[in-house]
Design a binder for this molecule. Structure first.
Ligand SMILES: Cc1ncc(COP(=O)(O)O)c(C=O)c1O
Length: 389
């Protein structure tokens, strides 16, 4: 017996949802089914909704601070779920991980400095580097056995080129890889060797499918902790992205002060009360909901894989270790990215993310968001089939 009903379809039209309300702008037509931007079509955990409602009913929304109980909830969550014991003083807050990437770049590098990324990867990684007048150094990931892998020799070669900061995506978006202890250790040792600061974006770290295990990079070794800034947030996990609450965990005082100095310069040192309440309540009471969600999502992954293998032979699914984002390899279709896009939108009426958006290595791929009820998933899969059969 399950407690939560993820099958339940909720109409998100007319809620200013980016995913559902921008189809005409983005795909040129209202009748495109949106399975693109990374939020889910599920209600947040009931405890979170109730806590927000209670706060809203108070009716006064003056200046607020983030109570220490929010940090405690996060600290307890990280300890229980990931075995990472953090100090409350290490936590800073940001209205999002993307703004925090910008702050970290400003705090730890100078204009013209080199920042390393591993493509294909979450698009704002590139944008935040470029928009802050830093230089992208890219090391493409390799695909072996239908999974992304890191060529460590290439990684070292790239670091040697005078890289100042490494932006790591773990778990990886769009490939859903949970980097292993061995991979993380190797990367971190090399970053220490070349004195490169690691910014570890771990926003997807609670959406892990068993038996995979997320290891916060900074939790592995005090030396790594001293060189790492970690981003964590309840936004993907509990579907709270619109509340704009995320945390930046910085054990090293020197790095923390540098990051804080940028926050102060920008006047962005806190988050809104709804974000803080969402964060605290989700980490305090959301575990049971999350366990059921993960089961539902994993079934969605399996359904998606089985359907595509059977019905669309030109596409193959990269099985994710984590997240509700599926990286679809469409290269066997023999179409250009433009042809893939036209078929997807015009024939299939399906709104996915185009692979090239994620940088080199994204060509010939699509990213599909399966964080939705089963009916929507099947509708999406049938549209995908229509587009490419
Ligand atoms: C790796 C990664 N980082 C950051 C974000 C967005 O974070 P935020 O909404 O907190 O800016 C996403 C959203 O998809 C993501 O996949």
């Amino acid at each position: 017996m399950t407690k939560y009903n993820f099958h339940h379809y909720i109409d998100r039209q007319n809620t200013d949802s980016m995913k559902w309300g921008m189809t005409k702008n983005l795909f040129g037509s209202e009748d495109v089914l949106p399975m693109w931007v990374a939020d889910m079509d599920f209600e947040a955990p009931p405890e979170v909704i109730e806590a927000l409602r209670k706060r809203m009913n108070h009716g006064i929304f003056g200046y607020s601070y983030v109570p220490s109980s929010a940090g405690e909830a996060m600290r307890d969550w990280l300890s229980k779920r990931h075995g990472w014991n953090i100090d409350l003083s290490w936590i800073l807050y940001s209205p999002g991980v993307v703004p925090a990437i910008g702050m970290a770049i400003q705090a730890l590098t100078k204009p013209g400095d080199k920042v390393l990324v591993q493509s294909p990867v979450y698009t704002p990684f590139f944008n935040m580097i470029k928009n802050n007048n830093r230089v992208v150094v890219n090391m493409p990931l390799e695909i072996k056995d239908n999974k992304f892998h890191i060529n460590m020799r290439d990684f070292e070669d790239k670091l040697k080129q005078g890289v100042k900061l490494f932006l790591l995506c773990n778990p990886h978006n769009p490939g859903g890889r949970v980097w292993t202890e061995k991979e993380l250790r190797k990367m971190a040792e090399l970053c220490l060797k070349f004195n490169v600061v690691i910014v570890s974006d771990e926003i997807h770290s609670d959406l892990i499918f068993k038996p995979n295990k997320h290891i916060p990079l900074a939790s592995m070794d005090n030396r790594f902790a001293g060189q790492t800034i970690t981003f964590m947030a309840p936004s993907k996990t509990f579907n709270l992205a619109g509340l704009q609450a995320s945390a930046v965990i910085i054990p090293d005082e020197r790095l923390r002060r540098a990051f804080q100095a940028v926050q102060i310069r920008l006047g962005i040192t806190s988050i809104n009360p709804f974000g803080a309440i969402g964060l605290e309540t989700a980490y305090r009471y959301g575990e049971e909901w999350l366990e059921e969600l993960l089961q539902y999502l994993y079934e969605n992954v399996l359904i998606c894989k089985e359907f595509i293998e059977k019905e669309i032979p030109g596409i193959s699914v990269m099985m994710p270790d984590a997240t509700y984002l599926i990286w679809l390899d469409c290269r066997k279709l023999g179409l250009s990215d433009k042809e893939i896009w036209n078929a997807l939108i015009k024939k299939g009426k399906l709104g996915l993310e185009p692979g090239p958006k994620y940088g080199p290595g994204g060509e010939g791929f699509l990213r599909m968001n399966i964080g939705c009820s089963r009916n929507v998933l099947f509708e999406g899969l049938n549209r995908l089939k229509k587009a490419f059969s």
